[in-house]
Design a protein. Sequence first.
Length: 207
Amino acid sequence: MLSHAALAEIAGRCYRDPWSGEAALDCEYDLLPRGDDELVVAIPGTHPNDPLDWIRDFRALLWLFPAVGVCHSGFGSGGTAVAERVLKTVKGDARLMTVVGHSLGGAMALIVGARLIHAGYPARVVTFGAPRVAFSANLSLPRLAREALELAEYRREGDPVPHVPMRPIFRHVTRGIAIGLDCGDPIGNHAIGRYAADLAAQAPRAL
């Protein structure tokens, strides 16, 4: 399996097109075969110049989604669209499915991972700076997350994105893994490059 540091690098590279797949107009992803035993689904976060991404970020209604329960409507609809495309593409593939994403991409990665697990695929999910996804009373997504071969949610010190949308309406699926030092710049703290550098340089610590 690829290391978390390698996955952070992939999460950064997937911001740059061309992407291998696209769903729901604004949801791009890369499906990357890594040897004979692993497929990586990499989902980029918000593109600063893409208004559809920003609309998805702020579409914070509660909505019920198949297999994952009640979630943030923007994240849930995007993740569901990507999951359906990926499931059609990988049908019958027995390799480990690793889903990775940063920011908005991390939020959708949780949905994609849950859908893969629900469909019977072996899956792990690694996210960086992802916002809260699940409605506080959602029991389905945490249960599916527990069935993942691995679920790691990294959050840098000083990164504001994991603190939205607001509690107690929304919550994270896990307590997360704290990493890095606050550089005094919220945008810098959120950058995937800093996550990648931190993972390459130091062992993370549990929150």
